[in-house]
Design a protein around this ligand. Structure first.
Ligand SMILES: [Zn+2]
Length: 105
């Protein structure tokens, strides 16, 4: 009889402990949804105003660029300048060769 009582006490304790754990888990704040979303890489593409395209030029040779997919392509040297989130990145360091652009497309 004493052993049974001991088991009941132990069992009750374990149950109580489990309930507290479950309760604490329930109290935990839910995962923030979009509140502090991680930084997102800008995506290729996006709309560019035609007026903007008119005044853009290749920084290497000041030639006209034309849109080809997600890139602005220099009509002279064929360098591909990426468009990220609608913003043309007219930087020589960011420009891709036609071969590189073909794989990035
Ligand atoms: Zn060029």
């Amino acid at each position: 009889m004493r052993r049974l009582l001991l088991l009941l006490i132990m069992g009750g304790g374990a149950g109580f402990w489990w309930l507290r754990r479950a309760g604490r888990a329930g109290d935990a704040a839910p995962e923030p949804a979009g509140g502090n979303a991680p930084y997102q890489q800008p995506r290729l593409g996006g709309e560019i105003a035609p007026e903007l395209l008119e005044i853009l030029a290749c920084p290497l040779d000041k030639e006209r660029v034309e849109r080809a997919g997600n890139f602005l392509v220099c009509q002279q040297c064929q360098q591909h300048y990426p468009i990220r989130d609608g913003i043309p990145v007219m930087l020589v360091d960011e420009a891709l060769t036609p071969e590189q652009a073909a794989t990035a497309r």
